[in-house]
Design a protein around this ligand. Structure first.
Ligand SMILES: [Zn+2]
Length: 397
C-alpha cells in the first residue's frame, strides 16, 4: 500500500483520491482530488458531466496523532449545457463556504459541551469566533423545540437571576419526568409566559397534568388559564422552608429576650429537622429549650403536625379537615411569622394542598438550574441571553 492509499483509507471520504502527503512539524497537508464524474446543476437540477476546470479548496479535518490535518482539495467545476451555468461540485462531507469538514465541525461542537469557547479554540487552533459560530450552527439544529415539548405531562416553572444584582430574572421551564430543561424565557412576566405556552398549541396545553412552581402570582394565573387539565402545585419545599422560618423567628426572639440563657443557642438546625432525624444530643438540647419555652414547643409540634398532614405517599388518604384544625391551632399561637404563614396558606390553599394529591415538587428544576449556573461560569457570565439559552438547551439532549 502506498502512503497515498494509506491516508486515503484513513480519511475514508467518498470520491476523494489522495495524490500526495506533506508532513510538517505540526500539520499534515493532504493533497487530493474529487473524482466524481457528474454533478447536479443547482438551477435545472439535471446531472451534468462536463468539467470546465478545477479549483483548490482547503478544509481542516480531524487531527491525526496530535497533528492538524489539512485537506488541499481540487474540486471540479462543471458546466451545464442546458442553462449555461458554471457550478462547483460540493463534497457531501463539507458544508458550502466552510473551511472544515462536517466531522471536524461536529467534533468542535462536542468539545464545546464541557468547555468554554476559548478553551476549545486553543485546542483546535481556531479563532474563538469560528468556534462560537460552529457551535451555534449545530446547536440551533439540535435543540428541536417542538420535539422537546411533545411528551411533556409534568411541567416545572422556576426563575433564575440572569445577571446578578440586576433583578432581571429569566423563567426556566422543565420536564419534571424526563429531568430536562424545556426552554428558558427572557423574563417571568405574565405576557411572556402566556404567549409562549399558547405558541405551543392546544394539544400541548391540554396534555399538561401537573405544574409545579413557586408562589408567584403570574405563574399561577397563567397556568390556571392555559392548562385546563392541570393541577397547579406550589413547590412543597418552599412551603416547608417558610414554615421553618416562622419557627426560627420564635427562636430568634427568645434568644434576644433571654440573652443569659444558653438553651436557645445552637438549636436552629435541630429545630429544622424532623424529630426522627435528630440524634440523641440534638433531642436533649431541644428538650432543654422546650422546658424553658412552652411557646417554642407548641410551635415545633405544630410544624411537625403540618409535615405529617402534608406527607405524600401513594397509599395515604389525605384528610383536608386536619388542615382546617391545624390552621385554627396556628392562629392560636398568634406569632407574627405563623400569622403570615397561615395567611399565605389560606390564600394558596388549593395549590399547596395539591402536593398531597400529586407528590410533585420542583426539586428537579432547582437541581437543573445548577447546570445553568455552570454554563454561565465557564462562559464569563454569558451576557447574551440567546447564547445562554441555546447552550443550556443543547446540554440536555
Ligand atoms: Zn442547468
Amino acid at each position: 500500500m502506498t502512503e497515498e492509499e494509506f491516508y486515503g483509507s484513513i480519511l475514508h471520504l467518498p470520491y476523494l483520491k489522495v495524490e500526495s502527503v506533506v508532513h510538517g512539524p505540526k500539520k499534515i497537508g493532504i493533497h487530493c482530488q474529487i473524482t466524481v464524474k457528474a454533478s447536479k446543476c443547482p438551477v435545472c437540477l439535471k446531472k451534468r458531466e462536463t468539467i470546465n476546470q478545477y479549483s483548490l479548496h482547503k478544509y481542516q479535518d480531524l487531527s491525526i496523532s496530535g497533528k492538524e490535518v489539512w485537506l488541499h482539495v481540487r474540486v471540479p467545476q462543471f458546466v451545464c449545457e442546458g442553462c449555461g451555468r458554471y457550478f462547483l461540485h460540493r463534497p457531501e462531507w463539507a458544508s458550502s463556504g466552510k473551511s472544515h469538514t462536517d466531522r471536524q465541525s461536529k467534533w468542535i461542537f462536542e468539545l464545546c459541551a464541557k468547555q468554554s469557547f476559548s478553551e476549545v479554540a486553543a485546542l483546535v487552533n481556531a479563532c474563538h469566533k469560528t468556534v462560537e459560530r460552529i457551535y451555534f450552527r449545530h446547536a440551533n439544529k439540535a435543540v428541536d423545540l417542538l420535539g422537546r415539548y411533545a411528551r411533556v405531562r409534568k411541567l416545572g416553572i422556576d426563575e433564575l437571576a440572569h445577571r446578578k444584582g440586576k433583578k432581571d430574572y429569566v423563567c426556566v421551564l422543565t420536564d419534571l419526568e424526563r429531568g430536562i430543561h424545556l426552554d428558558i424565557l427572557k423574563d417571568r412576566k405574565k405576557e411572556t409566559i402566556r404567549s409562549h405556552f399558547q405558541s405551543l398549541g392546544n394539544g400541548f396545553m391540554r396534555r399538561i397534568e401537573v405544574v409545579a412552581c413557586d408562589i408567584w402570582r403570574p405563574y399561577i394565573d397563567v397556568c390556571e388559564a392555559c392548562f385546563p387539565n392541570a393541577a397547579v402545585v406550589i413547590d412543597y419545599f418552599h412551603v416547608v422552608k417558610s414554615l421553618n422560618d416562622s419557627l426560627d423567628g420564635i427562636r430568634k426572639k427568645l434568644r434576644k429576650e433571654h440573652k443569659d440563657t444558653d438553651c436557645f443557642k445552637n438549636i436552629k438546625w435541630a429545630l429544622f429537622k424532623r424529630p426522627d432525624h435528630c440524634c440523641s444530643r440534638q433531642r436533649e438540647s431541644l428538650g432543654r429549650a422546650f422546658r424553658d419555652s412552652a411557646l417554642l414547643k407548641d410551635a415545633y409540634d405544630l410544624r411537625n403536625e403540618f409535615l405529617e398532614i402534608m406527607d405524600f405517599s401513594e397509599t395515604k388518604v389525605s384528610d383536608e379537615k386536619r388542615l382546617d384544625q391545624w390552621i385554627e391551632k396556628a392562629r392560636d399561637v398568634n406569632q407574627k411569622g405563623f400569622n403570615r404563614f397561615v395567611k399565605t396558606l389560606c390564600r394558596w390553599r388549593t395549590q399547596i394542598w395539591a402536593f398531597t394529591q400529586t407528590g410533585v415538587t420542583n426539586a428537579m428544576t432547582e437541581g437543573l438550574n445548577n447546570m445553568i449556573r455552570y454554563y454561565k461560569r465557564i462562559s464569563f457570565g454569558i451576557p447574551n441571553f440567546e447564547h445562554m439559552r441555546i447552550r443550556v438547551l443543547v446540554s440536555g439532549i
